[in-house]
Design a protein around this ligand. Structure first.
Ligand code: SF4
Length: 447
């Protein structure tokens, strides 16, 4: 990268995947080969965790029937408008598009999905219709992507659903933890309204942190869906944590999304090698800093998607592999540098990855004005421990993958709380599995 590329990004907080004009959408949709048929599903649909029928909706866009295209998307994914912005299509549908094998650019499925779903909201089209009420009540804890998708789908099938969330706004990680250059807030308010129109009651600002509060919910509902996601940043203590200029990733992203971008100075370092680390590094570039990612392992071991790493690199992020930050140093309470311990790879650890080991005597100080720690998020074990019989594995809720049912039969779950943090669309896909599981559980009870 080039300093030029970074310069053009500074102060640019616009969408990573901007909307298509109508003309652009028609031209792009017309390139699609409409793969698949009676005997084989199109590869782009196979790759979609929410099962969106891509060839059909793209053909509808090409035919100028944008409303029908949107309804086709919403049929499988009520959060289709948000997913169009935040989905990792470079790993999913667009990676599977047959155009790749013909050395052509894959169809821009996400931007076409955005075109159709935005058009639907702008034209007052309701994403789904209700079935007749079936008399069953379900509670959903968490108004993130898994919770909203579950609630919307259940309501469309005739269930009475109440969603509880401790935050002031719905959307979970889409609203609070995904970088604003992917999605600021829109179209979450439209999606929330559409789900409420289906009859879902969304109770925000409600903290469920006692057995009594949980018992109240259990008394009201015949099944409970857990879409609680993950909690705060992993608590890795480093000397100098209290210096001004040291941030954790979630408060950093939240400040950006709330329109209060931090003063980060000229040099920023991001600690971590996951997708959140890539997001905050790229946001820090846009705030005008030179950004270095410090990661204690190598590029081959980093958990971020490869395309996220490549895009960060392309925008000008510098990567220091095999580098462990051991102390933050400052003056008058303000961060000045980070002491780094170079590492080498040793024998494999429990995860099967070669363990990084310190190279003695090789420490160095890297001058920085801001540090953002993006090491991962903690599971919500404290809350989950309130639920009788709920088993966890590595902090993640154990479920039957075919039904989403947990080890407490009344509870179902999906999303980051069961997988430790994956994509928004996989949370939607998991929620759909749980909806079918809840339906079978409740109808079975009735029988
Ligand atoms: Fe269209 Fe690509 Fe899907 Fe084929 S694989 S239907 S070309 S989007």
């Amino acid at each position: 990268m080039s300093a030029f590329a970074q310069e053009t990004l500074v102060g640019d907080f616009s969408d990573l995947k901007p909307p298509l004009s109508e003309e652009e959408a028609l031209i792009e949709a017309d390139r699609c080969l409409r793969c698949g048929g009676v005997y084989a599903t199109a590869p782009c649909t196979v790759a979609c965790p929410a099962d969106v029928d891509v060839p059909t909706f793209v053909a509808q866009v090409a035919a100028g029937d944008t409303g029908a295209a949107a309804l086709k998307i919403f049929e499988q994914n009520i959060l289709g408008a948000s997913c169009a912005r935040v989905c990792q299509v470079e790993e999913l549908c667009e990676a599977s598009c047959v155009m790749n094998s013909q050395d052509e650019t894959p169809i821009e499925i996400a931007r076409l999905q955005r075109f159709a779903t935005d058009w639907a909201y702008a034209n007052g089209i309701a994403p789904r219709k209700n079935a007749a009420a079936n008399g069953h009540k379900v509670a959903v804890i968490g108004a993130g992507p898994a919770g909203l998708a579950c609630a919307g789908e259940l309501a469309a099938r005739g269930y009475a659903v109440t969603v509880y969330d401790e935050r002031a706004e719905a959307g979970g990680l889409i609203r609070y933890a995904i970088a604003p250059f992917r999605q600021q807030s829109e179209p979450l308010p439209d999606e929330q309204k559409a789900i409420e129109k289906l009859g879902v009651e969304i109770k925000l600002g409600v903290k469920i942190d006692t057995k009594e509060a949980l018992a109240e919910i259990e008394k009201e509902a015949e099944a409970v869906f857990l879409g609680v996601g993950l909690g705060e940043d992993v608590d890795v203590k480093t000397p100098g944590d209290d210096l001004e200029g040291v941030w954790e990733s979630l408060p950093f992203i939240e400040a950006l999304k709330d329109g209060n971008p931090p003063e980060i100075g000229r040099r920023a370092a991001v600690i971590g090698g996951g997708n959140t680390a890539m997001d905050v590094a790229r946001e820090a570039l846009r705030l005008g800093a030179e950004v270095t990612v410090l990661y204690r392992r190598t590029q081959a071991q980093m958990p971020a998607f490869y395309h996220e790493y490549e895009q960060a690199l392309d925008e000008g992020v510098v990567f220091n592999w095999l580098t462990l930050p051991v102390a933050f140093k400052g003056e008058n309470g303000r961060l000045k540098s980070v002491e780094c311990q170079p590492m080498k790879l040793g024998e494999p650890d429990d995860s099967g990855r070669r363990r990084p080991e310190p190279i003695e005597g090789a420490d160095f100080d890297l001058p920085v004005d801001t540090i953002i720690k993006a090491i991962g998020q903690r599971p919500r074990e404290e809350f989950l421990s309130l639920i009788d019989g709920l088993e966890l594995e590595w902090g993640q809720i154990k479920i039957n993958p075919e039904t989403g049912q947990t080890t407490n039969p009344k509870y179902f779950a999906a999303g980051d709380a069961i997988n430790g943090g994956a994509t928004v669309v996989s949370a939607v896909g998991g929620a759909k599995v749980a909806v079918a599981g809840i339906e079978a559980f409740l109808q079975g009870e009735k029988r």
